[in-house]
Write a protein that binds this ligand. Structure first.
Ligand code: 13P
Ligand code: ZN
Length: 275
């Protein structure tokens, strides 16, 4: 019998966890990744499900549109660096009940555990991004990239300030995230309150900065979503390098340059963020 790793969605999910670890974004158990499975992928994975699913667990949040969906999720307290070594102990597949307010584990976390403590935020973000993209969004990814976190100590915590600073830090940024990024002020992680605050940003943006904590990004597939995290963190690194040079900014990409990039690449920049 083939292994669950032979199923292509599982292989791609494990690879993304490993890629994030190799980037240095997942110290200890930092970060989490969820993927909303397609119906065909769920059927491919079903032969590996537990004979007896675990009990339903209430999530404290509700999204009726996601009732009956299946998600791949990293485990709470589990380390990204261990996912490729033993996926069955570090990640899981959960089924959502028809009402969309509870989950149960149908595969994985064989040595015990539960899905990421940020599952309420992931779940509500899936609901919001799925609605905003006509069902295209499937991936929600949270990481702790150091340079972006550093920016949250010096810049005003507004979407406009962060979007502009990141767009100006690398020419490809306005093409990759023309809508900009949202910002959530510091909040206690892991609960319904931060889930709702993040959702509010995710109605407008496909990425949301968590002050002094990390970044949430969303996308239709693993490549696009990982690429968004990577692009934002690379821009943040350039921003931090420039500030660390201690000479201030002598020249930068001007607002009309940003408009010209958008025109050339056929994307719509959030004009209200430009002067
Ligand atoms: P989990 O281990 O519960 O996924 O938490 C990690 C994290 O990054 C919390 O924000
Ligand atoms: Zn975190």
């Amino acid at each position: 019998m083939k292994s669950i790793r032979d199923i292509s969605v599982m292989e791609a999910y494990i690879r993304m966890c490993d890629d994030g670890w190799l980037q240095g974004w997942h110290e200890r158990n930092g970060g989490n990744l969820t993927y909303r499975l397609t119906h065909a992928e769920t059927e491919e994975l079903r032969p590996f499900f537990k004979d007896q699913p675990q009990a339903w667990v209430s999530m404290g949040v509700k999204a009726e549109d996601l009732g009956g969906e299946f998600f791949l999720a990293t485990g709470s307290g589990k380390y990204f660096r261990n996912v490729t070594l033993a996926p069955q102990d570090n990640i899981c597949i959960v089924e959502i009940n028809p009402a969309g307010d509870s989950y149960r584990i149908v595969w994985g976390l064989e040595k015990g555990g539960r899905p990421t403590s940020e599952f309420p935020t992931h779940f509500m973000n899936h609901a919001v991004r799925s609605r905003a993209t006509n069902g295209q969004c499937r991936v929600i990814y949270h990481a702790h990239p150091a340079n972006l976190i550093a920016m949250t100590y010096t810049l005003p915590l507004t979407a406009r300030d962060f979007s502009r600073a990141l767009w100006q830090s690398a020419t490809e940024c306005p093409v990759v995230f023309p809508g900009g990024v949202g910002v959530v002020p510091w909040m206690v992680p892991g609960g319904a309150d931060i889930a709702m605050a993040t959702c509010k940003e995710m109605e407008t943006f496909d990425a949301a900065v968590w002050a002094h904590h990390g970044l949430f990004v969303s996308g239709p597939d693993f490549d696009t979503t990982f690429g968004l995290m990577h692009t934002i963190e690379k821009a943040a690194q350039i921003y931090v390098l420039v500030m660390s040079m201690g000479q201030g900014v002598r020249q930068t990409i001007q607002d009309n340059d940003l408009r010209a990039i958008a025109k050339e690449f056929g994307v719509t920049l959030r004009e209200e963020f430009l002067d």
